[in-house]
Design a protein around this ligand. Structure first.
Ligand SMILES: *Cc1c(COP(=O)(O)O)cnc(C)c1O
Length: 378
């Protein structure tokens, strides 16, 4: 579709991906695993051979995601973790990687095991601390990985600055933009080399698809290796998931705008709440990452926020237990609001025992605030 149109417009039209064969205004699902050759044994005109590398439903959603990220190319994966693993597997044995700490725990856990197995030097640091990142980038590296805003601390990394530092070390910068979303945050435009998403979260937005995304600014040798490894090792998304993801993306702009506005209102409401010790949300003017967020995010600060409940673990669990609209479940970025006591899930990583992570959905914000108020005992 016309590149001058705004994302909300061409997303609503699924980037123009209708069904040419029937005139359907939504695309068909293409489930075939294999494709017929003609009598001379030439390939079908589509060039398709086999589902692992060739699927139209997958290609359709990748095209929309590439346009959304301003990417040279996008690849989808069967989960966010499969996308992260693909972003790391090209790093040579004995290499060196720099990874932000205090991020999605599943990412830290997998990267530690991977680096140990492959004899890769792993430097973990607080990448929101520019001096620490500059120090680590004084030594050559292969890859720098950051997550911004981070989950569940909501720390902000200055992407443009991180790109300059990573490139100075000879490294690629990979940004996990799951909480930022491509609507609010455009890491490739700020100099990042690869942007990653758990499509399970806001991109799909309905808590019914597991998926991951990598998008690249340029077709580098590392990217070529990632693409080849996906086809050969087989970490591909299935056609039905790809179709559902494209369906979810049609309302992405609308959902992200509403959920971010709701999160901002909730953060401001809870900031002065008697039952709350602190609110971690980059949209609050007093938040440590606010200046960076205001510079590199447009139209909102995302649907993820964390609160420190006044008291300890028991108090936080009591509040979580009393919530009626916020469902007690992990994950984020869905249309329904969720609450998670992260300490129960990752007690060994140094998280505060009174931290509750809220994934704010698209419900009416007055209902969400009333639910939080009754749960906090106000
Ligand atoms: C959920 C999540 C992941 C992992 O994605 P899956 O789709 O669950 O494999 C990675 N990073 C962030 C920030 C996440 O929230």
């Amino acid at each position: 579709m016309d590149k001058d149109l705004k994302p909300a417009t061409w997303l609503a039209h699924a980037g123009g991906a209708g069904d040419d064969a029937t005139g359907g205004v939504v695309p068909a699902i293409h489930m075939a695993t294999t494709f017929e050759r003609d009598a001379d044994y030439a390939l079908h005109a589509s060039g398709n051979v086999y589902l692992r590398p060739h699927n139209k439903s997958v290609a359709q959603v990748e095209k929309v995601l590439a346009q959304l990220e301003g990417a040279a190319e996008t690849l989808v994966f069967p989960s966010g973790m499969a996308a992260i693993a693909a972003a790391f597997r090209w790093v040579p044995n004995g290499g060196r990687v720099i990874v932000q700490n205090g991020i999605y725990w599943g990412t830290s856990k997998w990267i530690r095991a991977f680096c140990a197995r492959r004899d890769i030097t792993l430097v973990e640091l607080d990448a929101s601390d520019a001096a620490a990142l500059r120090g680590a980038c004084a030594t050559a590296a292969d890859l720098v990985f950051v997550e911004t805003p981070s989950n569940p601390w909501l720390k902000l990394v200055d992407i443009a600055q991180a790109a300059t530092l990573a490139h100075g070390a000879g490294a690629l910068l990979v940004v996990d933009n799951t909480a930022g979303t491509p609507i609010l945050s455009q890491p490739l435009g700020l100099g990042a080399d690869i942007v990653m998403h758990s499509a399970t979260k806001s991109l799909n937005g309905h808590s019914d698809v597991l998926g991951g995304v990598l998008s690249t600014r340029a077709l580098t040798p590392a990217w070529e290796a990632i693409r080849e490894d996906r086809a050969d090792a087989g970490a591909v998304m299935g056609p039905f998931e790809a179709w559902l993801l494209l369906r979810g993306l049609r309302t992405l702009a609308l959902r992200v705008q509403r959920a971010s506005a709701n999160a901002q209102t909730i953060a401001e409401h809870l900031e002065d709440h008697a039952g709350v010790e602190a609110v971690l949300y980059p949209g609050l003017p007093g938040a440590p990452g606010h200046a960076i967020a205001a510079r590199q995010m447009q139209g909102g600060f995302g649907s993820l926020l964390s609160i420190l409940v006044k008291g300890g673990e028991k108090d936080a669990l009591r509040v979580a237990g009393r919530l009626k609209l916020f469902l007690r479940a992990t994950s984020l970025g869905g249309v329904e609001s969720l609450v998670e006591h992260r300490f129960t899930v990752e007690s060994h990583t140094g998280l505060p025992q009174n931290l509750l992570r809220l994934s704010v959905g698209v419900e009416d914000v007055s209902d969400l605030i009333a639910d939080l108020d009754q749960a906090l005992g106000q």
